[in-house]
Design a protein around this ligand. Structure first.
Ligand SMILES: [Fe+2]
Ligand SMILES: [Fe+2]
Length: 334
């Protein structure tokens, strides 16, 4: 689902000084292509720093997709109707597919799937911190679709124009599916708000209260503190800054909340005529960094679930490899 804070964990530093005239020529050609808005393909020359930045971002994005399946999986057996259960299953399956496209895109940069997953399982790689919050009621599922997938779309549509072509291509398909995710969540909440009992409406409001601020944090730290933003924008990896995306999300969501009939939990939220945008309150960045750092309500549970899935799936990987070896050893049919 979800790019967030994709630039929070890098320690790459500046690009290394170039060694040779040949490398300088390659760099100049690369820069000219980026300036011209060209797409870079997997086999094209690229600076090491560009490759590492993309690898970090795409793999964090892939991890976010598969960890994002966990809070929703928690409600599959308790969905209130067959229809909602089928929708939820389809959505979770989509997220697994998003992980697959993104791991494949990351592999084109020279890391294997095993290496990428090892980094996740050992806590070296991050995923979106939004998934470290619990899903306490059925209304959380609709709220995740509306707000979390909604924030993801806001984040991800600009990545469809990312300068690295395999990532951009993966994002086009992902964004179409995220749009369905957002709408199903909103629809689920609308039914509860318009046809539900007072208890169901209160449940929706409570879910929105809990998810609103963490969703705003999905866009990452403020621009002034975002270490990699300038370089990523220069390379055409990032097209819109964290703060601008956050503002776009707030502006769009306030109107949707009015139709839904819920109150967004921010007393400072009001329309600013001069700016032409909604003003909103301060985010608790201490909480954000705590959750990114592993101290959110569900960090340990999520990671343990992924590690467990990897270990329990070992026999499937072994069987698939044994089968592939058997097929490879067979003489080709005439
Ligand atoms: Fe999604
Ligand atoms: Fe997704």
């Amino acid at each position: 689902m979800y790019t967030q804070a994709m630039d929070t964990m890098g320690k790459d530093g500046d690009a290394p000084a170039l060694q040779t005239a040949d490398q300088q020529a390659l760099q100049a050609r690369f820069d000219a292509r980026i300036d011209a808005g060209d797409f870079i393909e997997a086999k094209d020359w690229m600076p090491d720093h560009y490759r590492k930045t993309l690898l970090r971002q795409i793999s964090q994005h892939a991890h976010s997709e598969i960890v994002g399946m966990l809070p929703e999986g928690n409600w599959v057996t308790r969905a209130p109707s067959l229809k909602r259960k089928a929708i939820l299953l389809a959505k979770i399956q989509d997220e697994g597919g998003h992980g697959l496209y993104l791991y494949a895109a990351a592999e084109t940069l020279g890391s294997s799937r095993d290496q990428l997953l090892h980094a996740l399982h050992t806590g070296k790689a991050k995923y979106s911190s939004i998934f470290n919050y619990p899903t306490l009621t059925w209304a959380d599922i609709g709220t995740i679709g509306w707000l979390v997938d909604g924030a993801a779309i806001m984040n991800q549509v600009p990545i469809c124009r990312c300068s690295y072509a395999p990532y951009a291509r993966a994002m086009i398909r992902i964004c179409r599916e995220e749009s369905f995710h957002q709408r199903q969540g909103y629809d689920s909440l609308l039914v509860m708000m318009q046809e539900g009992t007072p208890e169901q409406r209160a449940m929706v409001q409570d879910a929105v209260n809990r998810w609103w601020w963490p969703c705003l944090m999905m866009f990452g730290p403020p621009d002034a503190e975002s270490t990699h933003t300038a370089q990523s924008m220069r390379w055409g990896i990032k097209r819109i800054s964290n703060d601008d995306l956050r503002q776009k999300f707030v502006d769009a969501t306030v109107e949707q909340a009015k139709v839904l009939g819920v109150t967004l939990p921010d007393p400072h939220l009001h329309w600013n005529e001069a700016r032409g945008h909604y003003d909103f309150g301060h985010l608790d960045w201490d909480e954000f960094w705590r959750v990114v750092g592993g101290e959110g309500p569900c960090n340990r549970e999520r990671l343990a679930a992924r590690v467990n899935a990897w270990e329990e799936g070992a026999w499937v990987r072994e069987a698939a490899l044994a089968h592939a070896a058997k097929v490879a050893a067979q003489p080709l049919a005439a």
